[in-house]
Design a protein around this ligand. Structure first.
Ligand code: ADP
Ligand code: MG
Length: 699
């Protein structure tokens, strides 16, 4: 086996700190480092020097082009490649790249969604370098991570508000830490480790399915004889072809400085997972976008297709992303890690409370931050966390909070009535924070795991909302505690009050059960926003809008435009799915069933010619059932077409999304049921697309 030098490979396509240190003069390096660490504006001369060295490095690595790499609101990343070449007088060229080109770009932005923020006559937006995320090389192109804004300064991307939300946490967490006497902490960072699920199927199967090609998911397909009920795939042996894919994927990701760590099979057949080591949220977000892109590329090289859709196959587990989230200081303290001393414990509990309150106060924002047409098929479908957001803490931590709430002794190892900041917390073992897989938001020892994210989604949205909401709790705590005469007493009272006021969000039971839906909504008053059209409008609720503006994460215009864009996205997605169904039914399924019916009828005729008294039970009953089904299919497809046509008459995105939820989706479901029933009766030889069984077992 060829030996791989991983440390050498790692980051070899990244202009990281090692490269900066080696190539930049000490002064330039120090300035740049200050920009990265402390968010200080980069001066023009420094930018010029950095650009020059970056270009030299990139050319040495074989790059010919550069691009400002950014994340517009479409959800995918965008890039416009420019080559380094500049003509010289003698007819030749030189390779040039200026500080200006590094710092600012002006892509023609008219075709990116802006939700009305940018009228087309002022179509130009600009991209600005985000020096906190390293430049890297991909396909011979130097990619410079950038934010994307309109000329009037509104964010048109996901990175800008994400960076702002990280700043918000930093601002408020520092205020709180100062109250605990922490003077040495300069900066507080939010970190994320996103676990990414995906499916791998054979390219040949994919090519034969228009639904996968156009929409990323199968819109039809009868249940396979063998699904995931045997549970033999989960953590099972990885097949050689998949292993080869994973090996190459790891290497490609390592070259880009992405900390790919764990690769394993998931629950469903053909489903897998990749987990990176956690890092700063902003970088984790960029890396996750790159990971999804590279996964698809590498799969192609292995004759496979990587499906990132949340629900590529009905009746088979869907794919999500677990967003492992924590807050830590530049002095190396994880603020969600229970401490050793009473003092540390109290600080930990306050940060824990901040998250609990954030999730309770902004359940709707968290829910809508993961709402997409694709993820709607997953949330609440007894395989993924429910659409109801709640927090899992585990038995011991819940016991401790209860004791504080009731001023009762906690019966841990020793029996103590705790006065926070005075008594030590009873130690609790991390492993007892049991894996409640059904919880959407679980404390896992020293981090929270937000599990509702969809597999194809950028993790930016979820983290923007989570960071903002936590910053808001911390702001309220700092406001209150800064005024207190006796910090310890005020802190104790605050924590007790927060537990009392927000305990309704805490739930350790089975989130998949019907009883939970009843209890959550009827007794606890939690929100159950089942679909994207139900969830998204809450972005504009006064409490949400005000909070996001107060935390300086969005402007009012930005919030409004985002709601519009997300709904538009939903509408377009389902509309394409509907049209694809109509197309497949009319061009593929009905003609195929017709052919089979013809064969069957011919068979009956021929058989009866030979032997007139034979009943031909199989043929005749199949013909009867299939013709019934084709009648139903025809009616259902005609109805669906009519509903899709009606959408064009509705002027407002929100109204369209309601019509989709109430009229279009149920009709798609109905049509699908008829077609799937027909699939069960039709000879595989005639069926125009590969079956679920064939696709899922194709690798
Ligand atoms: P678990 O088995 O509890 O899911 P893992 O160690 O497998 O934990 O980690 C899952 C993901 O959580 C990984 O991406 C990991 O890097 C990330 N992670 C671990 N610790 C933290 C932390 N303190 N903050 C954020 N993410 C973390
Ligand atoms: Mg996990």
């Amino acid at each position: 086996m060829e030996k791989l030098n991983v440390p050498e490979l790692f980051g070899s396509l990244v202009f990281d700190e090692r490269q900066m240190k080696e190539r930049l003069s000490a002064d330039v390096f120090t300035s740049l480092k200050k920009t990265i660490d402390e968010n200080v504006r980069l001066d023009d001369q420094v930018a010029e020097a950095v650009a020059e060295e970056m270009k030299k490095w990139a050319i040495e690595k074989g790059a010919t082009h550069f691009t400002h790499w950014f994340q517009p609101l479409t959800g995918v990343t965008a890039e416009k490649h420019d080559s380094f070449i500049t003509p010289t007088k003698d007819g030749g060229i030189i390779m040039e790249f200026s500080g200006k080109e590094l710092i600012k770009g002006e892509p023609d932005a008219s075709s990116f969604p802006s939700g009305g923020l940018r009228a087309t006559f002022e179509a130009r937006g600009y991209t600005a370098w985000d020096p906190t995320s390293y430049a890297f090389i991909k396909d011979r192109t130097l990619c410079i991570p950038t934010a994307f804004c309109s000329y009037s300064g509104e964010a048109l991307d996901k990175k800008t508000p994400l960076l702002r939300s990280m700043q918000a946490v930093n601002r408020q967490a520092l205020r709180v830490l100062r109250l605990f006497g922490n003077q040495d902490v300069k900066h507080v960072t939010v970190s994320v480790g996103p676990e990414q699920e995906y499916f791998l199927i054979d390219q040949k199967m994919f090519d034969k399915r228009p639904d996968l090609i156009y929409t990323g998911r199968t819109l039809f397909g009868a249940r396979p004889p063998k699904g995931q009920e045997m549970d033999d795939h989960y953590f099972g042996v990885i097949k050689p072809r998949v292993a080869a894919f994973m090996e190459e994927l790891d290497q490609e990701l390592w070259k880009l400085g992405i900390l790919a760590k764990t690769e394993h099979n998931e629950v469903a057949p053909a489903q897998h997972e990749l987990a990176p080591i956690y890092t700063t949220t902003n970088i984790a977000t960029d890396h996750n976008q790159l990971t999804m892109e590279i996964m698809q590329k590498v799969a192609k090289r292995h004759g496979m297709v990587c499906l990132l859709h949340e629900k590529p196959f009905k009746g088979v587990n869907g794919s999500g992303k677990h967003n492992n989230w924590s807050v830590s200081t530049d002095t190396g303290v994880n603020l969600l890690s229970p401490g050793e001393t009473p003092h540390d414990n109290a600080q930990f509990l306050l940060f824990l409370c901040a998250v609990i309150q954030a999730v309770d106060d902004y359940q709707d924002l968290l829910r809508l931050s993961v709402a997409t047409a694709g993820n709607d098929h997953r949330l609440g479908a007894n395989e993924a966390p429910p659409a109801i957001i709640s927090v899992f803490l585990g038995e011991e931590l819940t016991g401790i909070l209860n004791a504080i709430k009731n001023d009762e002794p906690y019966e841990g190892v020793e029996k103590v009535t705790m006065k926070l900041g005075v008594h030590a917390l009873p130690r609790f073992s991390r492993d007892s924070t049991d894996r409640n897989r059904t919880s959407p938001f679980a404390f896992t020892g020293n981090k929270f795991e937000f599990r509702s994210l969809g597999s194809s989604n950028s993790i930016a949205c979820a983290n923007i909302m989570l960071n903002s909401a936590v910053a808001e709790s911390l702001r309220q705590y700092a406001d209150e505690l800064e005024k207190a005469d006796d910090f310890k007493t005020a802190l104790h009272d605050l924590i007790r009050r927060v537990i009392r006021e927000h305990e309704r969000i805490l739930f350790d039971g089975n989130g998949y059960g019907e009883e939970w839906v009843k209890e959550a909504t009827e007794v606890r008053g939690l929100s159950n926003l089942r679909t994207t059209p139900d969830a998204m409008p809450h972005l504009l609720d006064a409490k949400n809008k005000e909070m996001l503006i107060r935390q300086k994460v969005f402007t009012e215009a930005e919030v409004e435009s985002r709601c519009e864009i997300m709904l538009e996205n939903y509408n377009k997605t389902v509309n394409i799915e509907g049209l694809t169904m109509v197309d497949m039914v009319r061009k593929d399924y009905l003609p195929a069933i017709e052919e089979y019916l013809y064969t069957l009828s011919r068979a009956v005729e021929s058989i009866k010619n030979i032997s007139p008294h034979v009943k031909c039970k199989y043929e005749v009953s199949t013909i009867e059932k299939l013709t019934d089904l084709t009648d139903n299919i025809l009616d259902a497809v005609t109805e669906l077409e009519a509903e899709l046509a009606k959408l064009k008459e509705i002027g407002n995105v929100m109204q369209i999304s309601f019509a989709i939820r109430d009229e279009v989706l149920p009709r798609m479901e109905k049509l699908r049921d008829f077609v799937d029933a027909a699939e069960m009766l039709t000879s595989g030889k005639y069926w125009p697309v590969p079956s679920y069984g064939k696709i899922l077992m194709s690798v």
